[in-house]
Design a protein around this ligand. Structure first.
Ligand code: SAM
Ligand code: SF4
Length: 355
């Protein structure tokens, strides 16, 4: 299932001998050639997952052999280098980050780095009933939990193997632990969960948490036709307005979501709309996959492999630092999702880059 053309050694010819014009801004942060500052790193710590969500993975997945996956110490080395280059926020994701042994140790180390302002996690919630208090103690203050449906049978269909009851227990464990903010992430799919958007928002209101709806992105070749299931944000907003008063909000959590508030509740409703509302102009992030590929843009195939550098220079971070700075020079102006939902312009699965 994996795409061989994405192996790190095949990717960076564009970088050979390339000296970017502006890889660091005067304020010390990383900057790309369009003047965008990169202060946010999304790190996938595993490509493995205990679910097989239909929009994210193929039914039969081949996962990476252990030796090709970053060790947690290598993850920390990468993050430390990014933080020294001005990154202040790190999201730990996957695959499912909480199925990786000792994931909480890594988060604690990251949270303790000088210069870091925020460590956040995106999880499918399946392990949260075990890990929520430990995550909070490790310094994680905000957490995103994916939830596409409140119906157990449908949950099983969408995730192929997931158990809704366990995830709901995880959500309650996170609420009990006392995170600053909890946000649900819902991928919108016509004919599959669009009849539940109102129920999902009501669920978020009842639990006193946020929710963000995400337009499905064409990443990786999957089983279902994405074109027929695509559901845009504007239609979802109109649908929610039949039940809730949505007040536009200028609030941001530093990401691409546009937020609405529901009066007299704690809940914010966000929309992440890569198709209908392109947010590339304000992009402040880069991604590192579990095998150490640095992707400057989620919607683009350009990347550079950091793992060979880490292993070739165990005691010297200078080559790593150089590679990171150079990669800023190939950060694309915008994603290449285009109109064709069924023919993925991006050949890797979302579980590889971590969303
Ligand atoms: N396993 C964790 C989870 O599900 O939250 C973290 C990794 S998952 C890849 C991160 C986010 O990406 C999830 O909220 C998931 O719903 C979303 N996602 C996966 N595939 C997607 C796609 N094709 N389009 C839009 N969002 C997607
Ligand atoms: Fe796993 Fe998250 Fe992908 Fe679902 S969306 S298969 S939970 S990585």
């Amino acid at each position: 299932m994996r795409n061989e053309s994405l192996r790190p050694e095949s990717i960076p010819p564009a970088l050979a001998g390339f000296v970017p014009a502006a890889s660091r801004h005067a304020d010390g942060t990383l900057a790309d050639k369009y003047g965008r500052h990169v202060t946010y790193l999304r790190l996938s710590i595993t490509d493995r997952c205990d679910f097989r969500c239909t929009y994210c993975m193929a039914e039969e997945m081949t996962f990476l052999p252990r030796a090709q996956v970053l060790t947690l110490e290598e993850c920390l080395r990468i993050v430390t280098t990014f933080v020294a280059l001005g990154v202040t926020k790190v999201r730990v994701t996957g695959g499912e980050p909480l199925v990786r042994h000792n994931a909480v140790w890594l988060m604690e180390q990251i949270a303790g780095l000088e210069g870091i302002k925020e460590v956040v996690v995106t999880t499918n919630g399946s392990q949260l009933d075990r890990f929520a208090p430990a995550l909070l103690a490790a310094g994680v203050k905000r957490i995103n939990i994916s939830l596409d449906t409140l119906r157990a049978e449908r949950f099983r269909e969408i995730t192929r193997i997931g158990d809704l009851a366990k995830v709901l227990r995880g959500i309650d464990a996170a609420r009990g632990a006392g995170f600053q903010r909890i946000k649900l992430n819902t991928v919108m799919m016509r004919g599959r969960n669009d009849d539940e958007f109102i129920d999902l928002v009501q669920f978020a209101v009842d639990k006193g948490i946020d929710i963000a709806f995400i337009e499905e992105m064409p990443l990786g070749e999957i089983g279902h036709g994405r074109e027929s299931s695509y559901f845009g944000s504007e239609e979802a907003i109109a649908r929610l307005q039949t039940r809730f008063a949505l007040l536009p909000s200028t609030e941001t959590t530093g990401g691409p979501a546009r937020y609405w508030r529901i009066p007299d509740t704690q809940t914010r409703v966000g929309f992440i709309s890569p198709h209908s509302h392109n947010f590339c102009d304000t992009c402040n992030r880069v991604r590192v996959t579990a095998q150490g590929e640095l992707y400057p843009c989620l919607g683009n195939n350009d990347a550079i492999g950091l793992l060979p550098l880490l292993r070739a220079h165990p005691g010297d971070d200078a080559p790593l630092r150089q590679a990171i700075m150079k990669t800023m020079g190939i950060k694309a102006k915008g994603h290449e999702f285009g109109e064709q939902m069924n023919a993925p312009q991006v050949v890797r699965f979302m579980s590889m880059t971590g969303g």
